[in-house]
Ligand binder design. Structure first.
Ligand code: UT7
Length: 333
C-alpha cells in the first residue's frame, strides 16, 4: 500500500480557522453546593478558583451540546458541515458506552462525508485530537477536520463527596482545523504518560464515579505541565515571551497559576476560565480558547501555547497560531 504523498513545498499549513463552544443551561453555583454539602464558597474559591459550573439535565444529550459547539466553530470559520473530512471528539463521557459521540454529532451537523471517531486521553484528549488533525492536513489526507472536546463529567461525579463534587462541570468546545497561511500553523507537540500513577485519578467501569488523590495529582500536574511546555517551546524554537496567550488545562486556578509562575508567564497572558466552567476535562482547552476569543484576547496570528494533564497520567503540550489564514486581516505589528 502506498501512502499519498504531497511535495513538501505544496504541503498545507494546518491552522485553527474557527472556534465554538456550548455550555448546558443548568447553572450550579457554589452557593447551591454549600446548601447541601459540608463546604463553603470561601473554600472552593480559595482552593480551586471555581465559582460556578454547568450540568446537563438527565434528559439532555451530550451529542446535542457537542453539535452546537461544532456548528459554532464551522460558523466562525465560514465553512459548511459538508466540507468536514473528519470529526475527532475527545471525551471520557459519551452518551453511551458505544457507539461513541462522533457519529451522532456528525449526523446532527450534516457532516455527511466525515470520518467520525471518539478518542480518550482524559484531560489531554483535545490536544491529541489537534495533533492528529494537523497531521491529516499536513499529509494531504484531509482538508478540514473538526476537533472537539466534550464532557458530561456530572454523570461520573459522586455528588455526595465534597472533595470531588465541587470540581467538575459539563461542556463542549470545538475548533475547525484547515489549511492556513504558510508560517507557523500548528507546531510539533509533546506527549507523555505515567501509568504508575493511574490509581490516583480514575473511574471504574462498574462504579462510574471519579476518584482522585487530589494533592498527588496536583503536584504532578504542575510539574508535568511546566516541563511539557518547556519541551514544546524548545522543540519549536519559540521563547516564552513569543507566546501571546497560554491555555493550560482548567482543573484548578492554583495549578494554572503555579505553572505560569514556573514558566515566567505574566498572568494577563494566561486563561483562568475554570472560574466559570469548573474542570471539564477534554472540553476545558477549547472552552477556554472560545472564551479568550470572545473576550478579544486572541488576534489572527496570535501564537497560543496549550498544555494539559489528566488521568493516566497522560499529558500533552502544543503550539498553534490563531486563525492565521490568507483571507484574514494580518496584524499590523
Ligand atoms: O483534571 C485532571 C487533573 N486534576 C487536577 O489537576 C486536580 C488536582 N488537585 C486539586 O486541584 C486539589 O488537590 C483539590 C482542589 C482537589 C483539593 O485541594 P487541596 O488544597 O489539595 O486540599 P486537600 O485535598 O489537601 O484538602 C484540604 C482539606 C481537607 O481537610 P483536613 O484533612 O485538612 O481537615 C479536606 O477534607 O480540605 C478538605 N476539603 C474540603 N473542605 C471544604 C476537601 N474538599 C473540601 C470542600 N470543602 N469541598
Amino acid at each position: 500500500m502506498t501512502a499519498p504523498t504531497t511535495p513538501s513545498a505544496a504541503r498545507p499549513t494546518p491552522t485553527i480557522l474557527g472556534v465554538g463552544a456550548a455550555l448546558p443551561a443548568q447553572l450550579i453555583t457554589n452557593a447551591q453546593l454549600v446548601a447541601r454539602l459540608d463546604t463553603s464558597d470561601e473554600w472552593i474559591v480559595r482552593r480551586t478558583g471555581i465559582r460556578e459550573r454547568r450540568h446537563l439535565e438527565a434528559a439532555e444529550s451530550l451529542a446535542a451540546l457537542t453539535a452546537t459547539a461544532c456548528a459554532g466553530a464551522l460558523d466562525d470559520a465560514g465553512h459548511q458541515a459538508a466540507e468536514v473530512d473528519h470529526l475527532i471528539i475527545a471525551t471520557i463521557t459519551p452518551d453511551r458506552l458505544t457507539p461513541g459521540l462522533a457519529p451522532a454529532v456528525a449526523a446532527r451537523l450534516g457532516a455527511e462525508h466525515a470520518g467520525v471517531v471518539d478518542i480518550n486521553a482524559a484531560c489531554a484528549g483535545f490536544l491529541y485530537g489537534l495533533d492528529q488533525a494537523a497531521a491529516l492536513i499536513e499529509s494531504g489526507r484531509a482538508r478540514h477536520v473538526l476537533v472537539c472536546g466534550a464532557e458530561a463529567l456530572s454523570r461520573i461525579t459522586d455528588h455526595e463527596d465534597r472533595a470531588t463534587a465541587v470540581l467538575f462541570g459539563d461542556g463542549a468546545g470545538a475548533v475547525l482545523v484547515g489549511p492556513g497561511a504558510p508560517g507557523r500553523g500548528i507546531g510539533a507537540f509533546e506527549f507523555g504518560y505515567d501509568d504508575g500513577l493511574a490509581d490516583t485519578l480514575y473511574a471504574e467501569r462498574d462504579v462510574r464515579r471519579l476518584q482522585m488523590a487530589g494533592q498527588q495529582v496536583y503536584r504532578h500536574a504542575v510539574a508535568r505541565m511546566t516541563e511539557a511546555t518547556q519541551q514544546v517551546l524548545a522543540r519549536n524554537g519559540v521563547s516564552v515571551a513569543e507566546v501571546d496567550y497560554f491555555v493550560a488545562h482548567q482543573a484548578n486556578a492554583r495549578i494554572v497559576s503555579a505553572v505560569a509562575d514556573a514558566l515566567g508567564v505574566p498572568h494577563e497572558k494566561v486563561s483562568f476560565n475554570v472560574e466559570w466552567t469548573a474542570n471539564t476535562s477534554a472540553a476545558s482547552i477549547p472552552l477556554a480558547l472560545a472564551a479568550a476569543e470572545r473576550d478579544g484576547l486572541l488576534a489572527p496570528g496570535s501564537l497560543v501555547g496549550m498544555v494539559a494533564f489528566g488521568a493516566g497520567f497522560v499529558w500533552a503540550a502544543g503550539l498553534a497560531s490563531w486563525k492565521d489564514t490568507v483571507t484574514q486581516p494580518q496584524r499590523s505589528t
